[in-house]
Ligand binder design. Structure first.
Ligand code: HEC
Length: 101
């Protein structure tokens, strides 16, 4: 029954993608590429007055707003990364918070 086999391999593909390309990994790669030069790999570098992300308490929507539009020295990223990538980054930087407590 070819259709069933096709369906099964499709499901398998989805599972593999979910396992290996997790948003956290994507968020980390994007963060290292776009944000770490000011904020540091762990969020504490503070170059140009960049906020310490381990102490930041911004809501999800405020983080996305800040990445999209920038603020003072921080550049806007809306032309460089997609909304999905911003969400991945936002989830990743929130993981810094737990390590500080
Ligand atoms: C050119 C340096 C620079 C880069 C690159 C940069 N930032 Fe920033 N970031 C700043 C500065 C400076 C501030 C403080 C701005 C302010 O609110 O006055 C800041 C503030 C923030 C805040 C607000 C924290 C708070 O509690 O107010 C968040 C969240 C943030 N950055 C995330 C990011 C993310 C995510 C990226 C990568 C997509 C990034 N930043 C890239 C310099 C930078």
């Amino acid at each position: 029954m070819p259709p069933l086999r096709i369906t099964l391999s499709f499901v398998l593909c989805l599972l593999l993608t979910a396992t290996f390309a997790t948003p956290v990994e994507e968020g980390r790669a994007l963060y290292d590429q776009h944000c770490a030069r000011c904020h540091g790999a762990d969020g504490t570098r503070g170059l140009f007055g960049a906020k310490n992300l381990q102490k930041s308490l911004l809501s999800d929507s405020a983080i996305l707003h800040q990445i999209t539009n920038g603020r003072r020295i921080m550049p806007a990223f809306k032309k460089r990364i997609t909304p999905n990538q911003m969400t991945a980054i936002a989830n990743y930087i929130k993981s810094f918070r737990k390590s500080s407590v």
